[in-house]
Design a protein around this ligand. Structure first.
Ligand SMILES: Nc1ncnc2c1ncn2[C@@H]1O[C@H](COP(=O)(O)OP(=O)(O)OP(=O)(O)O)[C@@H](O)[C@H]1O
Ligand SMILES: [Mg+2]
Length: 245
């Protein structure tokens, strides 16, 4: 059975239809890429799955249970955590404290010392610089912030991690490291649904890809299938994507 099922999702914002009848599944253990032009509805879909928006119609089913319309903290406790396209943190808290919030939030009976251990562990796991654990988050650079928000998400111990543009703003070396990190997270047993703009990254890291355009799913398949899809080429890629070079 699929880990997550998105069924017939529709969402409009005062007349503007952001998603229409979107259907797809996320399989346990996969990295599913979600792509499409600006305004295609990718972040809206992440917001619906994570409970920030309620869809006008349609269902979200996680591990066989309908979660449509549940508040974000309940969805998080069930095992779905997300990162934000624009990194959101508590700027006056230090890095460790920010991750501690995640560690305490995900757990039903928050034991502080256990949560602290978990926060330190995930910060090491994402290669966050150990000498900056007590630096206020407002003083971190973008690469450090991206690691921090990954760590905070992982601290809640998700089954499904929703990533919205984690490599945006990173330099090529940092992006490469981020891709390695995403694979490591998957290999540790977390299923991943990720939105990403850079074709080379999404084609290289995804097991399957879903393509949205103006709120509609226009293609779904392996990176090669999607890259050769005529509608995807016309509406998004512009030209056939080359896997070489
Ligand atoms: N809270 C909101 N209120 C009004 N309109 C919204 C809201 N959120 C999204 N939209 C609109 O819905 C459409 C889809 O937006 P969304 O942010 O989901 O796109 P996206 O695929 O994530 O784009 P990008 O690649 O630029 O991040 C856009 O036209 C956007 O302006
Ligand atoms: Mg977006």
């Amino acid at each position: 059975m699929a880990l997550l099922q998105v069924q017939g999702i529709r969402k409009s914002f005062s007349g503007l239809v952001a998603l229409k009848n979107v259907n797809f599944e996320v399989r346990e253990g996969e990295i599913l890429g979600l792509v499409g032009p600006n305004g295609a509805g990718k972040s809206t879909l992440i917001n619906i799955i994570s409970g920030i928006y309620r869809p006008d119609s349609g269902k979200v089913v996680f591990r066989g249970r309908e979660i449509t319309g549940l508040p974000p903290h309940r969805i998080c406790r069930l095992g779905i955590t997300r990162t934000f396209q624009n990194v959101e943190t508590f700027p006056e808290l230090n890095a460790l404290e920010n991750v501690l919030v995640g560690a305490l939030f995900g757990k039903r009976n928050g034991d502080r010392s256990e949560a602290l251990g978990r926060a330190e562990e995930v910060l090491r796991f994402v290669d966050f610089p150990q000498d900056k654990l007590e630096v206020k988050v407002k003083n971190l650079n973008v690469g450090e912030l991206k690691k921090l928000q990954l760590a905070r998400a992982l601290a809640t111990e998700p089954k499904l991690l929703l990533l919205d543009e984690v490599t945006t703003g990173l330099n090529p070396k940092e992006s490469k490291d981020a891709v390695k990190m995403i694979r490591r997270i998957r290999d540790s047993g977390v299923t991943i649904l990720m939105v990403e703009h850079i074709m080379r990254i999404i084609m290289g890291v995804s097991d399957r890809i879903v393509v949205l355009n103006y709120g509609e799913k226009i293609a779904e398949g392996t990176p090669r299938e999607v890259a050769n899809d005529q509608r995807v080429i016309e509406s998004y890629l512009g030209e056939a994507y080359s896997f070489e070079g």
